[in-house]
Design a protein around this ligand. Sequence first.
Ligand SMILES: Cc1cc2nc3c(=O)[nH]c(=O)nc-3n(C[C@H](O)[C@H](O)[C@H](O)COP(=O)(O)O)c2cc1C
Ligand code: SF4
Ligand code: SF4
Length: 436
Amino acid sequence: MADLTTDFLGIKSPNPFWLASAPPTDKAYNVERAFEAGWGGVVWKTLGSEGPPVVNVNGPRYGAIFGPDRRLMGLNNIELITDRSLEINLQEMTEVKKRWPDRAIIASIMVPCEEQAWKDILPRVEETGVDGIELNFGCPHGMSERGMGAAVGQVPEYIQMVTEWCKKYYSKPVIVKLTPNITDVRYPARAAKAGGADAVSLINTINSIVEVDLDNFAPVPTIDGKGSHGGYCGPAVKPIAMNMVAEIARDPETAGLPISGIGGISTWKDAAEFISLGCGNVQVCTAAMTYGFKIVQEMISGLSEWMDQKGYDSIDDFVGRAAPNVTDWKYLNLNYVTKAKIDQDLCIKCGRCHIACEDTSHQAITDLVDGARKFEVIDEECVGCNLCVNVCPVDSCITMEQISGVDPRTQKEIDPNYANWTTHPNNPSAVTEPAE
Ligand SMILES: Cc1cc2nc3c(=O)[nH]c(=O)nc-3n(C[C@H](O)[C@H](O)[C@H](O)COP(=O)(O)O)c2cc1C
Ligand code: SF4
Ligand code: SF4
């Protein structure tokens, strides 16, 4: 059976599934039940400075986007960092770490952007014996208005400065959690590396308004007639998170910087995709909030089964395997030609592929053949865009097949050799040898 243990920055855990800093990791009661359910580690709900804790709203703090079956696709929240006292959190972290030495516990921290504030809290966190810290430079609401969270994460110079303070006053691994509310995530990642970060984690939540209540014309969640932007997470953000992970993984300036992947991970497959893009482990929040702690058991068994099928003995066997295959558009092979193919035995004749291709693509799917309702691809028109595959309700009914020889659409012989935009005759800056 595959070995799921991970060693992330020297922090060992029985599997790569950690709970992200959020309500599931808010207190010992939750964290211990999460460990009993099988989670490999937790990032404790973000701690703030000594003193009166932050105050959350006393009304609704979530909004959501649903799929047609009311499956939760995206979650929006206006919650702040922990509203429990620093003292209680530190005490509970110390006790839980003692009771669960084989699980990873990371302290998430957000204090003002002043050296003294970090100098005060870090020795106290060190005393708890937890395995490392994660700097919350991502929270997009409430805390950012006070100059913390995303307000720091959006300024690379601040990221570097605070990371340097943490490396100065704390001896264990420092993970910098990045905000996605930025144009190019490579800059904050580079700043974290320059500051001495041992790893980056991403993504935190995305600024969002998920719904406007049309009875009172206010964003949801609505607090006494007003709403505020919140942080978006859950399955809907996974594509954005994976792109940001890939950007960092393939940036020569941050190559080799360990990454903890976060954002919409709900299944073992989501986790395997993040890991293949270069993440040493993954963190989960919304899936645990939606389905409970036991969801990790399906993640563990699914990942383990898939690794056995593929012959991977350990997580390291496939970490980063997809990263070299993420490239810029200009390097894609323009001599790779495909056509859609419809399996007539699977087709239920719903007509969605015809409408999509007819109205918005290349008029390459019939609706009638010899007067009978039939959906067939017209190879002379098909550009191989695969829109039809994505709108067809039947899995594997339409497939894309590579062709060779003469392309019936262009009537030209397909060159079997790789060639990209860098050498294409239509490119005014074309070179003679294709760059890869
Ligand atoms: C209600 C809620 C509270 C959160 N609080 C924190 C927090 O205190 N610190 C932090 O770093 N991230 C916080 N997050 C962000 C999550 O840790 C995570 O980065 C984000 O939800 C994306 O992961 P997911 O799609 O699995 O939920 C919070 C998320 C939610 C939903
Ligand atoms: S691949 Fe694109 S062009 Fe070809 S049949 Fe499908 S939708 Fe039409
Ligand atoms: S969308 Fe799929 S099932 Fe529907 S007609 Fe087209 S091929 Fe058949």
